[in-house]
Structure formats: C-alpha cells, structure tokens
Design a protein around this ligand. Structure first.
Ligand code: GLY
Length: 380
C-alpha cells in the first residue's frame, strides 16, 4: 500500500499561525483554549532565536514610552499592561514555569539640562494624558535607586510600568501551547499565504480555515501579502550580570532618552537598545556597543562593573505610524507590526485576535486596522 503523503495525512486546521514569536504563540495559546485547532509555523527554532522577543528586554512601559501623537497606542498599551498580571499568572499556572513578571516600576532620568527640559515636557504630557507619574528631585531618585549617578539632572517615576522576561514567557507559552494541543512546527518557513492556509518553502500546503500572520519583521517577505508595510528596525542590546555573591545593581527599570536598563531581579540586567534602519542586518557593531555602554555608564556607573554575557541584535517590526496591524486584511488576520511594543502588547493582541478567530467582536480600535495603509479593495 502506498504510504500517505504528509500533505494528505494532515487534517485541515481551524487556524494556522505564521510566526512562533511571543505574539504568535500567545495568539495560538489563547485560540486553542477557545477550542480551536491551531498549528504554528516558525521559520527558526522553537523557542525562536530569530524572534524579536529573544532579544527584547521586556519593558512593559506604556507610560514611560508614551507619545502625544500616539494616543490610541497609549490606550492599547495601558490596556495590555493591565492585562499582564493575570496573563502572567494564568501562563505560569498553565505551564508550571515562571515568566519573570516584576512589579518594579520605571524611573525616567535626564543627564543634562536639555534632557531635564525634555523630562519636564514629558511629565506635563503625561499629566495632560491623565497617566500617573511622580516628579522626583535627583536626590529623591537616588534614594529610590541608589545606583543612579549623582550627576543626574531630573527624574520621574512611572509606578505602573513594570517588566517581564520575554524568553521565559516564550518558554512558558511553548509548554502551555503543547498542553492545549497546539501543533508546533519549528523550521517551517512559510513562503506564501493562500486562501485556505499557507504554502511552506518545502512546497507543502498547510490547510486551515483562518491564517494569522504574526511573523514580526519577516511578515513583509511572505508572498501573498503585497503592500504589507512592515519594515525591520534593528535594536542592539547587551546582556549583563552581577558577579556571584554581589546583589542586584538595580531594582527599577531605568529609562533615558535613547536607552534603558531592565533588571531581571537575579542580578542580570539587559541594556538596550539602538534604533537602526539597516534592513535585515543583525550584526552587533562596535559603535552600537560603545554608545550603549557610554550612555548607561554615565547614568548608572555600576553598569560598567557588571560581567558582559553577550551582545545581540534583533529586528523590531515597524509600521509607518509605529502602531500595530491588528485584524482582517486581504483574507488573512494580521497580528504584526508591534515595533517597540511587542512584549507589552502581547496579552491585548492575543485576546483580541483569539476573540476575532472565535467569531466574537474583538473590539479592535480602528486606529490599528490594517486597511489604514491599504484600503480593502484598493488596487495594490
Ligand atoms: N521597547 C523597547 C525597544 O524596542 O527597544
């Protein structure tokens, strides 16, 4: 008897998710918990070492990163930040693994007069937006976070901006997905989306009722999605660690114009991140490392005493207005373009996209409709 080919052996799925990064896995987990059969196709490994979350520091900072021009994004960020504690607790229960959620707050600091004026404007902007921040004198900021340099000029505290360990979240999502029978397919590059599923680089067709594109910066490379306006923005980071026996350098996330330090709570710290338009290049450069250490060392001198574990670069999936693409577009469902906010926006994205897949109203703000760039029905 002729053996069944892989293609005919596989039953059609309710959903195929393209991309096994933090957003794709969270969408898959939430959709499977609603009873949908889900397959995740990931071009790299699982966990994915090419996904942005592998590099991301894990700031959950809608307030520290707020921009006056991006109010819908601020609302979505605040909504997602409010979902994080329950999302983390459910995920830890579902997987039995810690996700490193830390209720630590964020300090935004300035190193010179220009930056202090900028911090002043940032405080007034947040007050106008009605989000809680507390202005701190430099001496008070140093009481809160003694590792700060005596030379800092201004600071504010965003008490509700926290952090999580994105790698731990992805590990937990993989286990949680397996426990609700999500089919995980690492090493599975999607060449094209078609009506009714995806075609892999191997030529195999994965048949599914709905296709979710959560492929980060690689979404624009998939055939069948012409005009998808996602581009990679490179970010270099350093992973640093305190020596054994030494206490953690920082308790809070520390943010400044152009960078941040995110402590993990166990002595490890992530220092990020550059913003570079360099296509799909993920090389670490001497200049990137120099600038990160120069700025961080000026604000938190103890950083320069830490051990350097590694330097790496990832690709943020950016859109022209820095807001994500969420919802139906050209026969697929998009959950991509999260740019600097992928980790923060994971719970809000996963809950909305899972609701959409289950046939419910996902309550997605029109500001995130993919059709804002390519109106449905317009010639491409
Ligand atoms: N969310 C921080 C970054 O993208 O660098």
């Amino acid at each position: 008897m002729t053996p069944l080919s892989p293609r005919s052996a596989r039953a059609a799925r309710d959903v195929v998710v393209v991309g096994g990064g933090i957003v794709g896995l969270a969408v898959a987990w939430r959709a499977a918990r609603r009873g949908l059969s889900v397959t995740v196709c990931e071009r790299g490994g699982l966990p994915s070492y090419v996904a942005a979350a592998h590099v991301a520091a894990g700031m959950l900072a809608p307030v520290a990163e707020a921009d006056a021009q991006e109010r819908p994004l601020l609302r979505l960020g605040l909504d997602s930040a409010a979902r994080w504690p329950a999302f983390a607790a459910e995920l830890e229960e579902a997987s039995g693994l810690s996700v490193g959620y830390r209720d630590c707050g964020t300090l935004v600091v300035a190193r010179d007069r220009d930056e202090a004026e900028h911090v002043d404007r940032e405080i007034r902007l947040r007050e106008a937006l009605g989000v809680p921040v507390a202005r701190l004198l430099p001496s008070a900021a140093r009481c809160v976070e003694p590792a700060l340099a005596p030379t800092i000029r201004a600071a504010f505290h965003a008490p509700d901006d926290h952090a999580v360990d994105p790698r731990a979240v992805c590990e937990a999502l993989l286990v949680a997905c397996e426990r609700v029978d999500v089919e995980l397919r690492p090493g599975c590059e999607v060449r094209a989306v078609t009506g009714g599923g995806v075609t892999l680089a191997s030529g195999e067709h994965v048949t599914a009722g709905r296709t979710v594109v959560a492929a980060g910066a690689w979404a624009a490379r998939i055939a069948g999605l012409p005009g998808l306006c996602v581009r990679p923005v490179k970010g270099q980071v350093l992973r640093l660690a305190a020596r054994a026996g030494e206490g953690p350098l920082l308790e809070h996330v520390v943010r400044w114009d152009g960078g941040y330090l995110v402590p993990r709570g166990d002595g490890r710290v992530v220092l990020g991140a550059t913003m570079e338009d360099r296509g799909y290049d993920t090389n670490v450069t001497a200049l990137g490392v120099y600038e990160l250490l120069r700025d961080a060392g000026e604000l938190v001198p103890g950083v320069l005493e830490l051990d350097l574990e590694c330097a790496l670069a990832g690709l943020r999936p950016a859109t022209p207005d820095n807001a994500p693409l969420l919802g139906e577009w050209e026969g697929v469902v998009l959950a991509c373009g999260h740019h600097r906010n992928g980790v923060l926006l994971t719970p809000a994205t996963a809950d909305r996209i899972a609701a959409l897949l289950a046939g419910e109203d996902p309550h997605i703000d029109p500001a995130f409709a993919p059709s804002r760039f390519t109106p449905v029905g317009a010639p491409r």
